[in-house]
Write a protein that binds this ligand. Sequence first.
Ligand SMILES: Cc1cc2nc3c(=O)[nH]c(=O)nc-3n(C[C@H](O)[C@H](O)[C@H](O)COP(=O)(O)O)c2cc1C
Length: 331
Amino acid sequence: MKACFCKSFRIEHPVILAPMAGVVPDPLVAAVSNAGGLGIAPLWHVSVCDLRKSVRSIQQMTGKPFGVNLNMEFPSMEHLDACLEEGVEIISLFWQPPGEFLAHAQSGGAKVIYSAGDAADAKAAVDLGADAICAQGWEAGGHVRGNVGSMALIPAIVDAVGDVPVVAAGGIADGRGLAAALALGASAAWVGTRFLAAAEADVHPDYLSHLLAASENDTAHFDDLFDLGWPSAPHRALKNSTSRMWEEAGGLPLGERPGEGDVIATTGAGADVLRYQSKSPSSDLTGNVEAVSMWAGQGVSLVREVQSAGDIVRDIVNEAKATLERLREYQ
Ligand SMILES: Cc1cc2nc3c(=O)[nH]c(=O)nc-3n(C[C@H](O)[C@H](O)[C@H](O)COP(=O)(O)O)c2cc1C
């Protein structure tokens, strides 16, 4: 399958591994790129030294294109410079407008994908020179930039950005979703929740079992719930004991909530994970993982088994081809 995003980013299949901080280790990034998709490593939350180590390790595991994701809520030019010095060719920027980071990345030889939550946000980034836009719909897992579902958002952004390729994110977990995104004018899909069940993902077994059992009704969009460490950043996660406790107490702001300060888990490095903290439940946690922020998108009901990342890429592509073939009867 060839599409505009694939041509400009030199990949074979229009399937992108969404960056997901804390649960996407280097081998998962490399596996998606090696399968012909595009792996994007979330490295904004690690030290510059660890960023360099990750980039080098991914480069050793794949000769194919891959990207690095940086979070403009916590901007660090040092992180961007390290990426450019290490030869990273694709930078993904999300959450806040890209500002000077975009031109700086491009002057260092990288292409920039900007994640947008509405057409005005996307257009502003394109006016600054963004090479591609990730249109993130409200169905998405993790931090959610906008308020519009993918079905309406994708064509709105496609229409706003002219020739710039658009990648669709949010609720796409299989080939039917990829085909739908292509029909709406996107030229690739940015897939998060489905890859949480990749064999290479670094997710805690309790988190994984909740993902595999969840229905499309089991996530909720919260304006501010798992906001300790990252306030005022709406997000989507599985409903859990923390969200129920908070709702039963009236959905109070931080400072007035039940169980605040509870240590609910501990990281492998020995750090406390507090109730209401923004934290991906990675495999090194011990404790009450069910009460941690178990990010997931509404497409979670389509995630039913653990597979290798390469098989996930191939399944999505093959199912998209079959779907597009089936749609020929409507011509
Ligand atoms: C566990 C998790 C962590 C995430 N962390 C990041 C991140 O670090 N950077 C980012 O740009 N997006 C992050 N996101 C959002 C994803 O990149 C993507 O937009 C979203 O997963 C797409 O929706 P889907 O989950 O329905 O496929 C995260 C999503 C999840 C589920």
